[in-house]
Ligand binder design. Structure first.
Ligand SMILES: [Zn+2]
Length: 317
């Protein structure tokens, strides 16, 4: 049995070398849904990543998908400059992140899936498929991003979820799905498993926007990973409620399904761009509280063991 590996922007890496994994973050992003909050500066994003590493993060999973200013060349540069392994994403977000007329709205499932598979197998498209003939970047994607809307998925989002399922099966990688305010979780799992994806390859993001421990335990019991990433979003609720949620879901028997990310998706949240709380917040402010509540072993399972399993490459179906 070969050692399990993940695909990083600089090549495959054994999962036992990942350390603490920030399971959902962003180093470069641009979306019409957040005008004025884009970030795409190599120097500043490098500085932010270094702060993250100094705080204790070992590996960053960059979940910027196709069409949101994904920059494989700059992700490689940050990784090479800092030594931080970075897992990059292919796949597609929910409708709101694409302007009217963008090709993803009307593309056929086959086209959507083909682009994912090429990003995974050969190398990411350098400019998000605006010119299908452009030469691929050297960096391959190592995970798939998908998205649904608030309590629903549009026809277009359903096509993209199907394409992500095909990509996951053919590429042997996990799919992380954006949930809007933590809704539509069971239904997203139904859609993806209906297209042949096994539950342990599905990660639901932002479920903590709806901190309902009973619901989360139900979803985790299906074998799906739950990724929490709203620590420091004080406008939503205090971090204490997220610590309570982790404790309750772990006590219900689902510690092995929990992942943590920071999902810094706005320029105004990055210290290197003049904002806050920045990429050091998870390890510096939040994780010590989790350690006090559930202990070091359980905390290390969430930060190290679970993501190594969740993002490991598997043989293509
Ligand atoms: Zn995100």
């Amino acid at each position: 049995m070969p050692e399990p590996q993940v695909m990083t922007v600089t090549g495959p890496l054994r999962t036992d070398a990942l350390g603490v994994v920030d399971a959902h973050d962003h180093l470069f992003l641009r979306t019409p849904a957040l005008p004025g909050d884009e970030f795409d500066d190599l120097e500043r994003s490098t500085a932010e990543a270094l702060e993250g590493r100094a705080s204790g993060i070992g590996t960053i999973v960059d979940m910027t998908p196709i069409g949101l200013g994904r920059r494989p060349d700059l992700l490689r540069a940050v990784s090479e400059r800092t030594g931080i392994p970075i897992v990059a994403a292919t796949g597609y977000h929910r409708d709101a992140h694409y302007p009217d007329g963008h090709w993803v709205h009307d593309a056929a499932v086959e086209t959507l899936a083909e682009r994912i598979v090429r990003d995974l197998a050969i190398g990411m498209h350098p400019t998000d498929w605006d010119d299908p003939d452009a030469a691929p970047d050297a960096a391959r994607a190592g995970a798939i991003k998908a998205g649904a809307s608030y309590h629903r998925a549009s026809e277009s989002e359903r096509r993209r979820l199907e394409a992500c399922a095909i990509g996951s099966l053919r590429g042997g990688v996990a799919i992380l799905v954006h949930t809007e305010v933590g809704t539509f979780g069971h239904e997203i799992v139904d859609i993806l498993t209906g297209h042949g994806v096994e539950p342990h390859r599905i990660i639901l993001a932002h479920l903590d926007r709806n901190p309902d421990a009973e619901l989360h335990a139900e979803i985790a019991a299906r074998g799906v990973y739950l990724e929490y990433d709203t620590m420091g979003r004080t406008k939503y609720r205090p971090d204490s409620e997220l610590v309570d949620l982790i404790e309750r879901v772990a006590a219900a028997g689902h510690l092995d399904r929990l992942l943590l990310g920071q999902d810094i998706g706005r320029r105004s949240m990055l210290r290197a761009y003049g904002g806050g709380p920045g990429m050091r917040y998870l390890m510096e402010r939040f994780v010590p509280r989790v350690r006090r509540r559930i202990g070091d072993d359980a905390t290390d399972a969430i930060l190290v063991t679970n993501p190594a399993r969740a993002f490991a490459l598997e043989p293509a179906a």
